[in-house]
Design a protein around this ligand. Structure first.
Ligand SMILES: [Ca+2]
Length: 239
């Protein structure tokens, strides 16, 4: 028993270590990207206050955001998706608007910490900075695997459940990811697939409407013919 507890604690410590490493890699890569973007302009920040603000921006901690998936979608579909595909806010997790890090209260921060600790698949995830698709990804894949997929974003769709359709528009999440449409917006999807789905789900009401229309037209025609016969009979009597 003692050995089992020891092994479990060891595994947990190993998971935490991996998580911290992944977080560190993520922040370092984001900082590196920021440096590549802004450093060429650093000499232009002549005044001391501007340089201070510049360095503050560079060194401020950033929340996780993985643009590799957006880049893959844009390159493979030509559709420019924003952070709203996975995040609660279309500008991503950083900021002070609803659904961003700066707006989170203590309870939200707890949910965020739990979501970030979901390294393995199968755990319930309810991150306040992710939308249902983002949370679904971490639940299905685990954060460890999801971060790993940054180097192979094309493989993501194959790992999603084929029958999952979060917005119930008839197009599976995996297909929406590959086609660059929004997995939690039932108005966004392949037009032909949406039309077919809408036709299938509305087939009964469409059939009833058609039947009512045909019966109504038949009844109206019958009524008009009756009026015509009555008028004709009246004319014969008067003659
Ligand atoms: Ca869908």
């Amino acid at each position: 028993m003692g050995m089992r507890i020891f092994n479990r604690r060891g595994a947990e410590a190993q998971r935490k270590k991996i998580h911290m490493t992944l977080e560190s890699i993520s922040r370092r890569s984001q900082l590196s990207a920021a440096c590549r973007l802004f450093l060429p302009h650093f000499p232009l920040c002549a005044s001391a206050p501007l340089r201070f603000i510049f360095l503050l921006l560079l060194l401020s901690p950033r929340a996780d955001a993985y643009p590799e998936f957006q880049v893959f979608i844009k390159e493979s579909t030509g559709r420019a998706v924003n952070c709203a595909m996975c995040h609660a806010h279309s500008d991503g997790p950083e900021g002070t608007a609803a659904g961003q890090i700066g707006r989170l209260d203590a309870a939200d921060m707890d949910r965020l910490a739990q979501a970030r600790a979901a390294l393995q698949p199968g755990q319930k995830v309810d991150s306040p900075i992710l939308n249902p698709f983002g949370n679904h990804l971490i639940e299905v894949l685990g954060k460890e695997k999801f971060v790993e997929l940054r180097t192979a974003p094309e493989a993501l769709a194959e790992l999603l459940p084929a029958d999952s359709d979060l917005d119930h528009d008839g197009i599976p999440d995996a297909r929406e990811y590959k086609e660059g449409t929004h997995p939690v917006n039932r108005m966004d999807g392949n037009p032909a697939a949406l039309l077919l789905h809408n036709f299938k789900t509305s087939a009964t009401s469409i059939g009833l409407t058609l039947a009512a229309t045909v019966l109504g037209m038949w009844g109206l025609g019958h009524l008009l013919r009756g009026f015509a016969r009555a008028a004709s009979a009246k004319e014969e009597v008067e003659d």
